[in-house]
Write a protein that binds this ligand. Structure first.
Ligand SMILES: [Zn+2]
Length: 148
């Protein structure tokens, strides 16, 4: 019963989204027209609190312990190409966040906190991140830096 209801609601939601997309397309085609008036508040579909979204939500900083990305290009910090203090390598980094901190990990697995970078920088430089990993090691493997 519940499953059928959910499916129906999901279908309705998809339909609403489709209509919205159509509306937006129409607006884009009619750019020369005046800005469309927002719909009155009463017309907004009520939101059901426990309704699961049709598409999995991309993880945000609030619900993951950390985020990571691979950065193959050299990192320029304060006008200088940053090199690993331990082995001197200067490209192919794993950049990851832990809370508000940004860490760098070189190909050889040396890790260091990088205070000149912050999470805002990370967000600007990382693409949409929709892959989640149970462990840090799994993330490293996924990004091509297996921890061996
Ligand atoms: Zn290193």
């Amino acid at each position: 019963m519940l499953g059928r209801k959910r499916r129906r609601m999901r279908h309705e939601l998809a339909e609403i989204r489709r209509q919205h997309a159509e509306m937006i397309n129409t607006w884009m085609r009619e750019e020369q027209e005046p800005v469309p008036q927002p719909r009155p508040v009463e017309a907004v579909t009520p939101v059901v609190d426990d309704f699961p979204p049709a598409d999995p939500r991309a993880p945000t900083r609030d619900d993951v312990k950390g985020m990571m990305m691979r950065r193959r290009m050299p990192l320029v910090l304060d006008g200088e190409v940053h090199a690993c203090p331990q082995c001197g390598s200067y490209r192919d980094w794993i950049v990851f966040t832990l809370g508000d901190e940004v860490w760098l990990r070189c190909r050889a697995g040396h890790q260091a906190l990088e205070t000149r970078l912050d999470t805002a920088w990370f967000d600007r430089n990382s693409g949409p991140n929709e892959t989640r990993h149970a462990t840090f090691e799994e993330g490293l493997r996924h990004l091509g830096h297996p921890d061996n």
